[in-house]
Ligand binder design. Structure first.
Ligand SMILES: C[S@@+](CC[C@H](N)C(=O)[O-])C[C@H]1O[C@@H](n2cnc3c(N)ncnc32)[C@H](O)[C@@H]1O
Length: 271
């Protein structure tokens, strides 16, 4: 794993209290993913796992669609799980996607909005497959390779350190999922552009939602005013006609099915 697991967890734990206030993109992605689930599922799922649930806001949307479902709202950040609204059909659970505390073959649907990009993808997909019933579905969103390309390019003109996480391309994610024995795999992506008044606001937003770079080699110091000025200058080429600073996110959707006769093979695939 190139991302530092404990740092990601700590960042999300810390972000829990202001998360919903800043997670405009996540909420939009969540609504779009719910729509896809609604369009795709032929019958209501009994058991749903909302994996990497954050403050649990997907639960209500899923219950609106499927009023009889039972939902496990799971996240490895305890303060996120503590914020999940209480509901008799929603079971909050602190658990890690790499080692899921969920019974094997117990779920009809795994719903996961913008979590897997923080994980070792293959391990998380293995755990999801283990937890799904045969023919169960996973619907998830992730970030694609073009995410924050403006910021990446602006930083590249200043130094050679990794300032923006490298996200797995949609085609690679689909390929990995297929090789892991899932069926009916569909992956696609769309771009969502957010705009900010300045570079500082943009970077603050990433930090507030726990989405800042956690790569081992990143520069761990604060960004100095001099570097911020350089960053601002490098960003000028991207400014919109109304002078705003755009940040493009590539939202990747993955949909896959656990085969009816899953052989339970746990092959380690070299990626
Ligand atoms: C960007 S937030 C998305 C939250 C929520 N799904 C939403 O739609 O707003 C990512 C969430 O994934 C959780 N997460 C990241 N890595 C995880 C892991 N390995 N296991 C469980 N949760 C994880 C974080 O704690 C965080 O709450």
């Amino acid at each position: 794993m190139s991302l530092e697991h404990h740092q990601i967890k700590a960042a999300f734990d810390k972000a829990a209290t202001q998360y919903e206030q800043h997670a405009v993109l996540q909420k939009e992605a969540m609504s779009r993913l719910v729509e896809r689930v609604q369009f795709d599922l032929k019958k209501p799922p009994n058991q749903i796992l909302d994996l990497g649930c954050g403050t649990g806001w997907a639960s209500q949307s899923l219950l609106d669609l499927y009023p009889q479902s039972q939902i496990i709202a799971a996240d490895f950040a305890e303060s996120m799980v503590n914020a999940v609204p209480k509901h008799p059909q929603v079971t909050p659970r602190v658990t890690d996607a790499h080692c899921l505390d969920v019974h094997a073959s117990s779920l009809d649907l795994v719903f996961s909005n913008m979590m897997i990009q923080w994980c070792d993808t293959q391990t998380a997909l293995e755990e999801i497959k283990r937890a799904l019933k045969p023919t169960g579905l996973v619907h998830l969103t992730s970030m694609g390779e073009h995410t924050l390309h403006e910021l990446k390019s602006a930083w590249a003109s200043i130094d050679e350190l990794p300032h923006v996480n490298d996200f797995m391309p949609a085609a690679e994610l689909a390929d990995l999922t297929l090789r892991m024995g899932y069926e009916d795999v569909i992956a696609d992506s769309e771009f969502i552009t957010m705009t900010y008044a300045n570079v500082v606001d943009l970077m603050r937003d990433l930090k507030n939602i726990g989405a800042h770079n956690t790569d081992h080699q990143r520069n761990k110091g604060l960004t100095s005013p001099k570097v911020l000025k350089q960053l601002d200058a490098a960003y000028q080429q991207f400014r919109t006609v109304d002078g705003l600073y755009p940040a493009t996110y590539e939202l990747v959707y993955l949909r896959a099915r656990k085969p009816e006769a899953d052989q339970g093979l746990n092959l380690k695939i070299k990626t």
